[in-house]
Design a protein around this ligand. Sequence first.
Ligand SMILES: [Zn+2]
Length: 249
Amino acid sequence: MKWRTHTAIAKAIADVLGLDGSLRKALSSGSIDPDRRPDVTLRVSGRGRVYVARAPHHNPGLRVVMRHVWRARRSYLGGDDFEALRSLGRALHYIQDMSASKGFLGLSHDSVEGMVALLNIPVKVIEEGLSSAVCSPHYIEKTVRQVKPQKDAGKALEEACRASASVAGAVVGRKNPPEGLVDDFAQARRRYWSRTIPVAAAASLLFLAFALATQNVAVALGAVSGYIIQLLDRRYHYLRKEAEWYGVR
Ligand SMILES: [Zn+2]
């Protein structure tokens, strides 16, 4: 997307949130920051060399977006609203770029973005996104995953506004955990340590013992099963992430 579009969406979100001077600027400058100071990712070349590359804007991957989202949320919980909005802006930049189709070989990309820049921001979409947002990292992940590159300029802008407002609303939502989360997480954590971990450890040890007994190194790889078993405690991992979103440990 063009800078004009990034900053216009930031302005619309700031209006609805009622942000003042410096916080408006933080969100707006964060929204164009990745083009000025790109994120980098580590890549492996065909020859096996590791090198540093610019994170792709139109397909940055969930991890790049979530890194900024988590940074924003932690700053917000810590009371640093300026940093929170800057990081949020960075996350929104990528989400907005993901909304515009690159087209075949990226040929139509500039024309879609050029047309988007001429459109007015659909304020209603921004309002709806902000008011319907759920304050949860899982909700944000789902929202980002659902962003599809649009070929039509109007649809691309709408997609960008809907997803941006939803994510913004989720990041600067409530600070205190929802009812029941702290207790549910404490219970899941007890269960994780008293049942899941012992079972996982037993499975790993069994494979290691069997590998020793049979002198078969390949069998030792079965020790990974312990790691996998603890991952299967979905409820614990889900609640842990939700709890972390509210700074609950
Ligand atoms: Zn960009």
